[in-house]
Design a protein around this ligand. Structure first.
Ligand code: PMP
Length: 356
């Protein structure tokens, strides 16, 4: 009887998992979702790695676990210690979960421009959240520098330093990359995603490039206001950061250690306008039943564009970073869309989803 039920579940596509030990072992092993509608529209095969299925709800659970494990392995933190980070949200949420699961204190410095949902969640997870003014990286009051200085000022504390501590990219090199490789049986023409720290792109990209012997092209997608596209397309010129985007958690003004020299191995980069990203949030909901955040939508727009560049029949994968739950008071609010001048970006037949 049991096995008949199991095989019925399997034949209907349910994942049949074995038991894992706690939050930390539940990170990773996410499905790779074939995105049928966007694929059929383009005559290509577009896949999204369902990172919103991680137990803390985002791609950053992997980085959070990698950063804390790395510090533990080096003996930098002892039981009862404090983890301090500067984060726009998802890394903090991942860290807060891992800290609860492992018995550490968690202190999060974040720019005060982030969504209320993320701040509330961090507080509910027991983190000490310290919103600070959103000032550029070269300002000593930047949230990253404040996190570093606070960690240095107390005992048994680490600053996980997600931007420049390469335990972040390494987590993706040993987990996300190999999973995508296995899930596509190594038959992948391209991988593309946006970057915040660069950990996902460099970790996954490096693994896929090595494993495929360079056959899988790795591309970067940028939101407006990020300097990385111009850095890549100009052959390494870093310009001043100007402009902004509705996408949270992505875009960068410098070459982080996590992106590091891998930036030179990219096949290319391009920017996705907010109009296209917000429309894709609604399209993925309407056609795939996927409730995702704006960075995910940007990634899917970029994956479609890359597949079209590579050619008909090509296979391209990207990252479905997190769910829309963290941003719904913005993304599905008519008032917010209007304030951002994005009302007309939503196709008429999808406007019914803006219910807030
Ligand atoms: N999407 C979201 C929603 C994020 O929070 C982040 C991380 N800040 C990313 C994408 C980018 O990931 P990474 O830091 O690995 O570049």
């Amino acid at each position: 009887m049991f096995s008949a039920l199991r095989s019925a579940a399997r034949s209907r596509g349910y994942v049949t998992a074995t038991a894992v030990n706690g939050f930390t072992e539940a990170v990773g092993n996410t499905p790779l979702i074939y995105l049928k509608t966007v694929s059929e529209k383009t005559g290509c095969k577009i896949y999204g790695k369902a990172e919103f299925q991680n137990p803390g709800g985002s791609v950053k659970d992997r980085a959070a676990l990698g950063l804390i494990r790395g510090a533990e392995e080096k003996g930098l933190i002892k039981p009862g210690g404090t983890v301090v980070e500067g984060t726009a949200g998802n890394t903090g949420i991942g860290l807060a979960h891992v800290c609860r699961a492992k018995g550490y204190n968690c202190v999060i410095y974040m720019p005060d421009t982030q969504s209320q949902e993320k701040i509330d969640l961090l507080r509910m997870l027991g983190a000490d959240v310290r919103p600070v003014p959103a000032v550029p990286y070269d300002n000593p009051q930047n949230y990253n520098h404040q996190a570093r200085d606070y960690a240095a000022s107390i005992d048994n504390a680490i600053w996980t330093d997600q931007f420049d501590n390469t335990a972040n990219a390494h987590a993706h090199y040993i987990s996300t990359g190999p999973e995508i490789w296995e899930q596509t049986q190594g038959d992948l023409d391209g991988f593309i995603c946006a970057t915040g720290t660069g950990g996902t792109l460099a970790g996954v990209g490096k693994y896929l490039k090595e494993k495929s012997g360079g056959k899988t092209q790795i591309w970067l997608a940028d939101p407006p206001g990020s300097v990385l596209t111009s850095y890549v397309t100009s052959g390494g010129k870093l310009v001043e950061r100007t402009g902004s985007s509705i996408t949270e958690g992505i875009g960068q003004g410098r070459i982080t250690n996590n992106l590091g020299t891998f930036v030179k191995e990219l096949s290319g980069a391009f920017t996705v306008p907010d109009e296209k990203s917000i429309a894709m949030v609604y399209e993925l909901l309407d056609t795939e039943g996927l409730y995702v955040g704006a960075s995910t939508a940007l990634n899917v727009v970029a994956a479609v564009e890359l597949a079209q560049k590579i050619g008909k029949g090509s296979k391209v994968a990207t990252i479905l970073c997190d769910g829309a739950y963290r941003y719904q008071s913005r993304l599905f609010s008519k008032k917010w869309l209007k304030a951002k001048g994005l009302e007309d970006a939503i196709p008429e037949h999808l406007k019914k989803y803006a219910v807030l």
